[in-house]
Design a protein around this ligand. Structure first.
Ligand code: MN
Length: 227
């Protein structure tokens, strides 16, 4: 059985991971491996005894990892998780494994390859004029995105899908070996893919848009890359 590793966050000394992602992995016939963010001291080089990696949601990313000081608007971060995931991404990339970053997962993927973030969308980006921290339930879409027509993502969800949004950070400078493949109407980056197509990220939560079955295909297309 092929194994898909899924990163977990730690909240109040407990691992947290969304059931929606585990369900997508298992119903497509893969074994989910939940990765706890080990300390750098305990695991300087993360093992990659799995076939693909999913990076999940969570706290803000510590700005030291993209060479910035913390702005007043920065929220809680977990530097140990950040460092673990940065090492994990590098090890997984060296092993040529497909990687899918969801929400924060897309942001840490960008940071791992030298990109940077808006520590706070609204404090740093006067052009950001739509709600990215939606007030309604994440099973409901709340803003549109414009997808690059020739991208693999457009083939799955079309050029102008309606997605959910729950983030106050976003990609500022994109990493060198990545392309922007979707943006919100206010210019905020909503999806990226690496030049080789093996690494991709979406800023929204397709796993929670269960009334929009084409969103699930973001996962099944990712699973089809597993060798
Ligand atoms: Mn958004």
């Amino acid at each position: 059985m092929k194994k898909i590793a899924i990163t977990a966050a730690i909240k109040n000394n407990q691992l947290t991971i969304d059931r929606s992602i585990i369900d997508l992995v298992t119903k497509n016939g893969f074994l989910p491996i939940i990765l706890a963010p080990a300390s750098l001291k305990a695991m300087p080089e993360p093992q990659t005894d799995f076939d693909a990696l999913i990076l999940t949601d969570g706290d803000d990313i510590t700005p030291i990892f993209y060479n910035e000081e913390p702005l007043p608007e920065l929220r809680k971060t977990d530097p140990e998780r950040d460092q673990y995931e940065l090492n994990l991404i590098k090890a997984s990339h060296e092993a040529n494994l497909p990687i899918l970053g969801i929400s924060r997962g897309m942001q840490i993927l960008n940071v791992a390859f030298g990109g940077s973030l808006f520590q706070d969308i609204y404090g740093q980006n006067s052009g950001a004029g739509i709600q990215h921290l939606q007030a309604s339930n994440l099973s409901q879409p709340s803003h549109h995105v414009n997808v690059t027509p020739e991208s693999h993502l457009a083939q799955i969800i079309g050029n102008h899908p309606y997605v959910n949004s729950y983030h106050h950070q976003a990609i500022k400078n994109i990493a060198d070996n990545f392309n922007i493949i979707a943006t919100a109407p206010d210019g905020i980056i909503e999806a990226i893919a690496s030049n080789d197509g093996l690494m991709q990220g979406v800023q929204w939560r397709p796993d929670l848009l269960t009334n929009n079955p084409e969103q699930e295909e973001i996962f099944t297309a990712f699973f089809s890359q597993i060798k």
